[in-house]
Design a protein around this ligand. Sequence first.
Ligand SMILES: [Zn+2]
Length: 210
Amino acid sequence: MIHEIFPVGPLQCNCSVIGDETTHESMVIDPGDDINDVLAVVRKHSLRVKQIVITHAHIDHVGGAMKLRAATGAPILLNQNDYSLLKMLDVQAAWIGMRSPGTVEIDRSITTGETVTAGSLTADILHTPGHTEGSICLYFPAQKKLIAGDTLFAGSIGRTDLPGGSMQKILRSLHDTLLALPDETVVVPGHGELTTIGDERETNPFLVKR
Ligand SMILES: [Zn+2]
């Protein structure tokens, strides 16, 4: 598995480029910005981008999606519960003083029970509402790797005070869905350092049982 993780944009969203070493098919997760950097990684490994997957419709995760689609022809996938947030990209841009990326078109909605593939690599989609209504995580069972978006961070969890956020829902998503994964699962959060499900189960103040 080729997996490059690098921060993009002013909010330093972790963008993932994941590719099959044999077929060179790949997916890009959360191309929030800096699409020239994303394309440089794609070219470095001679990859063909088959899917653009967005963990949720916050501007720092979805902002570069249309530019990447134009460059690669790959479809953009997002859970439909975030379509209303996607219509607020201008408002989101104003919150953080960024230029709006314009309209983002979604090619397909994805949710729990579906998979996204690139060559021999398969990710299970997990709908994990709470940070936003349409937040999803991608779990690669063969590699025990989780792309968590802004649902889970090393030592913290996603904020729930923005439109569509719910503390009750994010805690249910974390306890029922993410903590059901094996302890050795490597977690790639939407921002900041990598962690594991086991470490977060033991030490994350939002998750430890009192
Ligand atoms: Zn977010």
